[in-house]
Design a protein around this ligand. Structure first.
Ligand SMILES: [Fe+2]
Length: 319
């Protein structure tokens, strides 16, 4: 089996730049996922984020999770649960506006480090988008600009999740299979407790835990903008019977009123039959549809925006 792509980010600054860019290109075209090491985010900052996330889970989330599990009888299920995930989560918003001071139960130290960590991730996401532009032959800054709505800002947020030990991981998924709706996703995952899997060539493949790495994956919006050159890839989380898995996923997405469509420069290079594969829509309209259909295949979502007389065409026509 091919190896899961691991990119040594540092090598972009040296003799191995070309081969590293090629590796990123191959990962984007064939995996929709890659793992970054030596990405420049300080390891001690990541250690603090991990320590405080785990501490916060134990102090503020664990008991609540156990109560939910008990009230739904999830430990005793006999058949597959298809409408719930075995996860404990909370969400932070960073851009266009931060909500970090509105989230209850976070210590000052935790808020501070999450803010600093988010700034580093935002910069890394933007640098990665430019690397993708370079590999795609698009002007530097194109993807970033495409993501800016009228506010000139992306939507950037973090889902902090823990996947506690699950007695029946085959019947209750940590997180059911889906593709991510947005742009580029940067994940700081547990380095000991595995569980994230992606679907490649019809097989579920583990995304290997690796200390201090950042896992990167591409969302539906990049698939549309690249006209399918890069695809969002289905993934899921299998909770483990042993150990709690930490997952801190940050989503660098378009601004809510950003208009998303295949890059004209890429379409020019396509054969005629590939020029109408993807629709044009306003990102928040896509998100409304996604909210209802997250755990369904992405294709009907794209099709819904292609359909004539679609109600969602209104705002697009006005842009
Ligand atoms: Fe996801």
């Amino acid at each position: 089996m091919e190896n899961f792509p691991v990119i040594n980010y540092e090598k972009l600054n040296g003799e191995e730049r070309k081969s590293t860019m090629d590796k990123i290109k191959d990962a984007c075209e064939n995996w929709g996922f890659f793992e970054l090491v030596n990405h420049g985010i300080p390891h001690d900052m990541m250690d603090t984020v991990e320590r405080l996330t785990k501490e916060h889970y134990r102090k503020c989330m664990e008991q609540r999770f156990k109560e939910v599990v008990a009230s739904k009888g999830l430990e005793a299920v006999q058949s597959e649960v298809i409408d719930m995930d075995w996860e404990s989560t909370f969400h932070l918003k960073h851009l266009p506006q931060s909500n970090i001071f509105e989230i209850p139960d976070l210590s000052d130290e935790y808020r501070k480090v999450m803010k600093e960590f988010a700034l580093k991730l935002e910069k890394l996401a933007e640098d990665l988008l430019d690397l993708l532009c370079e590999n795609l032959g698009l002007e530097k800054g194109y993807l970033k600009k495409t993501f800016y709505g009228s506010s000139g800002l992306p939507t950037f947020g973090t889902k902090v999740a823990n996947y506690p030990p699950c007695p029946k991981p085959d019947l209750v998924k940590g997180l059911r299979a889906h593709t991510d709706a947005g742009g580029i996703i940067l994940l700081f995952q547990d380095d000991k407790v595995s569980g994230l899997q992606l679907l490649k060539d019809g097989k579920w493949i583990d995304v290997p835990p690796m200390r201090h790495s950042i896992v990167v994956n591409l969302g539906d919006q990049l698939e549309v903008i690249t006209n399918g050159k890069y695809k969002s890839v289905e993934h899921r989380v299998i909770a483990q019977t042993d150990g709690t898995r930490m997952s801190i996923a940050s989503f660098y997405n378009p601004g809510s009123d950003a208009v998303i469509y295949p890059a004209p420069e890429l379409l020019e290079r396509e054969e005629d039959d590939k020029k109408h594969m993807y629709p044009k829509f306003v990102f928040e309209d896509y998100m409304k549809l996604y909210a209802a259909l997250k755990f369904h295949a992405k294709e009907p979502r794209f099709e819904a925006f292609k359909a004539p007389n679609n109600v969602n065409l209104g705002p697009i026509a006005a842009v």
